[in-house]
Design a protein around this ligand. Structure first.
Ligand code: SF4
Length: 431
């Protein structure tokens, strides 16, 4: 690798590493190459946020760790095709008005770099995005061409995540899904009003249009395959998006309401939340002045999102007009349970799967284990513990054969206990 190419890789890796939409953990670059300085951000149609730390391992520039849907940790080469951009998103270091160093790969450079890193076992796949250096169709064609060449000419069998450039044509989006495992178009901000203010060249209509095209093409491909036609798979790992939290003034209710709608309407696999990190010092930018990124808020949003995706909660069950923000002291499922005493206690010997899922502290694995064990033998609290059921929070919300482990009729006191504001000597069991 020549020094020039190494510098280019550092520049384009640094510009891409904050995009959370591939669940990146951030990267550790041996080249140390964030040209805009530590904490600088963003760039790409997916821009992105949030260096969540690294594994502390020296790896080549651009290699980051990500998690798959089933919890496996994978390494990806995460880069921009180009950080040249015509747009002027207020929060992005690659906006047109920024004086950050610019660079662009060629298709062949990216293909050989990906293959070389793959052959050396540095990576299991590629995450590719880009600044908007030309018309959306031309940018999208470049990204698609890299994926096409990797699959067709280089025989690359690893994972590919391509960013969709909103405004690019249907044909290109449909072709991208034939080569990529996952596609993502980042919504970035929760309302059209915020997009107009902070990312004026972006359009919610175009972003949703791209998501709709992916969703439709995927549904059609799956339908074709069901009928045993010789149809190729389309983006088999689905599509995702990213929302920046705290750059604009929307409340959590607006954010999870949008996420809930996106899951339903476009069958998204994931919405990634990225705490806004201030990197642009421009008083006229319209960005809030904050001293640190709102990481706890981001964490609570992920918990609320989990409730919608896996526990069948509707967004309106989690927050309402009177409670527009998630509780910082307690997780959203516990808050829901405390607000719905009529749903508790849940009788472990009789409850169905859905009822078990609503108990704070019980997850899908515990619920399934309880149902399985219940068919084979009578359960007691010690038996629950042996099943691996964690009762630290659940103990206040369940009965077993009518017996309470801990009975609490005072929701305010229980709230204080669960949020750590009151110490309680737990009787009987030390779970
Ligand atoms: S489109 Fe916006 S977020 Fe993406 S690189 Fe350009 S300025 Fe940055």
């Amino acid at each position: 690798m020549t020094a020039d190419f190494s510098q280019k890789l550092s520049t384009l890796a640094a510009a891409a590493k904050y995009d959370a939409s591939c669940a990146s953990s951030g990267s550790s670059s041996s080249a140390g190459g964030n040209p805009a300085g530590k904490g600088s951000v963003y760039g790409n149609q997916g821009s992105g946020y949030g260096d969540r730390g690294s594994f502390g391992v020296r790896v080549p520039a651009g290699v980051c760790h990500s998690w798959t849907g089933d919890g496996r940790c994978v390494s990806l080469l995460k880069v921009l095709y180009s950080n040249v951009c015509r747009y002027n998103c207020a929060y992005c270091v690659n906006r047109v008005s920024s004086d950050t160093p610019r660079a662009s790969f060629t298709e062949d450079e990216l293909v050989s770099l990906t293959c070389e890193f793959y052959r050396r076992n540095y990576i299991e796949g590629l995450f590719l995005s880009s600044g908007i250096f030309s018309d959306p169709d031309i940018v999208m064609e470049k990204l698609t061409a890299v994926a096409r060449k990797l699959r067709r000419e280089a025989g690359f069998g690893g994972y590919i995540h391509l960013k969709i450039i909103p405004g690019s044509g249907e044909t290109l989006i449909r072709e991208a899904g034939l080569w990529a495992d996952r596609l993502s178009a980042n919504i970035e901000l929760p309302t059209e009003k915020s997009l107009r203010s902070l990312a004026p060249e972006k359009s919610g209509k175009l972003i949703f249009g791209a998501m709709g095209e992916v969703s439709l093409a995927k549904a059609q491909a799956e339908e074709d395959r069901r009928h045993k036609l010789k149809a190729p798979a389309f983006a088999p790992a689905g599509q995702s998006t990213q929302l920046i939290v705290g750059a604009s003034g929307e409340d959590d209710r607006t954010i999870i309401g949008l996420s809930g709608a996106l899951y339903k309407k476009y069958s998204l696999k994931r919405v990634y939340y990225s705490a806004y990190m201030p990197v642009v010092s421009d008083a006229s930018s319209g960005l809030p002045e904050i001293s640190s990124p709102p990481l706890l808020r981001e964490h609570r949003l992920y918990q609320a999102d989990w409730l919608m995706r896996f526990y069948h909660f509707e967004s309106r069950e989690i927050l309402d007009e009177a409670h527009p923000f998630l509780d910082t002291a307690l997780d959203p499922k516990t808050v829901w349970a405390l607000n719905h005493p009529e749903r508790f206690p849940v009788e472990i010997k009789k409850a169905d799967y859905e009822e078990l899922l609503r108990v704070p502290g019980l997850g899908a694995v515990s619920a399934r284990r309880i149902l399985g064990a219940r068919r084979q033998r009578p359960l007691n609290f010690e038996g629950l513990r042996r099943l691996g059921v964690v009762l630290k929070r659940a103990r206040y919300f369940i009965t077993l054969g009518g017996a309470f482990l801990d009975r609490f009729d005072d929701p305010s006191r229980l709230r204080r206990i669960l949020s750590g504001g009151e110490d309680l000597q737990l009787p009987l069991f030390n779970f």
